[in-house]
Design a protein around this ligand. Structure first.
Ligand SMILES: NC(=O)C1=CN([C@@H]2O[C@H](COP(=O)(O)OP(=O)(O)OC[C@H]3O[C@@H](n4cnc5c(N)ncnc54)[C@H](OP(=O)(O)O)[C@@H]3O)[C@@H](O)[C@H]2O)C=CC1
Ligand SMILES: CC(=O)[C@@H](O)[C@H](O)COP(=O)(O)O
Ligand SMILES: [Mn+2]
Length: 382
């Protein structure tokens, strides 16, 4: 039996690579549903190639054009963001890949968990915003959450077969394009420079998060929830070559690492095939060609977002949700040339000070906190 997949965000960087994995393993996987926000032409092309049961476009305005374009095929076409929450509940679906970007991944992930669908989780913001809620729902509905983020897939693989407690997670970071920049240099960096990640080709939002190191802060929070560790047990290790994707240190002092060339198709395929490892044609890492592997401490003085993420994780409650919302606003503004690189951190810091803190948030509290923090951050952008 083929595993039937719902790919949320099929037109993005992770989504298109997930479809590459399906192409390579069409005997094992079938695309049952795909979703996108705006990318109409690519979504139509994907629907024609993979012939899924259901195609969803979140942006309602594009629904009539999508419906018309696929009218000669026996495909159900739905529109609106609520349809994404609905589609994941389809009985036939065996696994849901959450590859949407930002807060938009939260509601569909909750819906999928409640429908008892195993989650291949790329959308880290879901765990940043509401990690406690998501992990408790996953426990209640007995739903596995298989990490797709490269570092968390690495940690998950390091933990395979281990029952012993984790002493420490060594979370690797490339350091981004500005790893060696001074504060003065950071003041002047442009969007074009920030969008040039040294090792990974990713969507715009996560590429900016990597440049500010908010991505690593979010990944620490993601690790906290996925692997039940305290923030103090996660050490960020700047490793500019991105060959070691992360490491786990155990109480006997042993460190286990996962290595590979930077290619997201590997963690995507690992999650899709779990618990089996599938053969791949991915380029092999030739360790004899590795000139050096280097490791540095992270600098939270230049990359303040990393410190904000640790602070938010330690304070708990809705604070990570506030940081995520402010970050989404400033990254969007930076991408539209409406704010500067360092100003992004100033706005996040002030939003953390101004937004209402809630110690034990409910789902509705997250919705309201997200809206409030977005409002506060937006006022500071303008
Ligand atoms: N790219 C990577 O290598 C990695 C990504 N991740 C995480 O995976 C997630 C996806 O990242 P990435 O693929 O880079 O992002 P992209 O921006 O490339 O793609 C995002 C996808 O989500 C869709 N989308 C965006 N907003 C909405 C919305 N409001 N409602 C419904 N769909 C929406 C987009 O549709 P449309 O095309 O129509 O806009 C697109 O299909 C992020 O959470 C990121 O942090 C984690 C590790 C690595
Ligand atoms: C591919 C992936 O998982 C990204 O999250 C990547 O790790 C980003 O690189 P940084 O280490 O620069 O944040
Ligand atoms: Mn990552």
């Amino acid at each position: 039996m083929k595993r039937k997949l719902a790919i949320l965000g099929s037109t993005g960087s992770i989504g298109t690579q997930a479809l590459d994995v399906v192409r390579e393993h069409s005997d094992k996987f079938e695309v049952y549903a795909i979703t996108a926000n705006n990318s109409l032409d690519l979504l139509i092309q994907q629907a024609r190639e993979f012939q899924p049961e259901i195609v969803v476009i979140a942006n309602d305005d594009k629904y009539p054009a999508l419906k018309e374009a696929l009218s000669d095929l026996p495909i159900k076409v739905w529109g609106g963001s609520k349809s994404i929450e609905q589609v994941v509940q389809d009985e036939a679906i065996d696994m849901v890949l959450t590859a949407m970007v930002g807060y938009s991944g939260l509601a569909p992930t909750i819906s999928a968990i409640k429908a008892k669908k195993p989650i291949a989780l790329a959308n880290k913001e879901t765990l940043v915003v509401a990690g406690e809620l998501i992990t408790s729902l996953a426990l209640e509905y007995r739903v596995p959450i298989l990490p797709v983020d490269s570092e968390h897939s690495a940690i998950f693989q390091c933990l395979n077969g281990e029952n012993s407690p984790i002493e420490k997670i060594l979370l690797t970071a490339s350091g981004g394009p500005f790893r060696t920049f001074t504060k003065d240099q950071l003041q002047k960096v442009t969007k074009k420079e920030a969008l040039k990640h040294p090792n990974w080709d990713m969507g715009a939002k996560i590429t900016i998060d990597s440049a500010t190191m908010m991505n690593k802060g979010f990944e620490m929070i993601e690790a906290k929830w996925l692997f039940d560790v305290a923030p103090s047990q996660v050490e960020v290790v700047v490793h500019p070559q991105s060959i070691i994707h992360s490491m786990v240190q155990f109480e006997d002092s042993s460190i286990i690492a996962q290595l590979g060339l930077p290619d997201m198709k590997l963690p995507i395929q690992y999650a899709f095939g779990y618990p089996n490892r599938l053969k791949s044609k991915f380029e092999r890492l030739d360790i004899f060609k590795l000139a050096t592997m280097t490791f540095e401490k992270a600098d939270t003085d230049r990359f303040r977002n990393l410190a904000f993420a640790f602070d938010a994780a330690n304070r708990g409650g809705n604070m990570p949700c506030i940081v995520n919302a402010a970050n989404e606003i400033v990254v969007d503004a930076f991408l539209k040339d409406k704010t500067g690189f360092l100003k992004m951190s100033d706005i996040i810091e002030k939003t953390m000070q101004k937004a209402t803190f809630i110690n034990k948030p409910t789902y509705d509290d997250y919705v309201q906190s997200n809206a409030e923090a977005r409002r506060i951050a937006t006022e500071m952008v303008h």
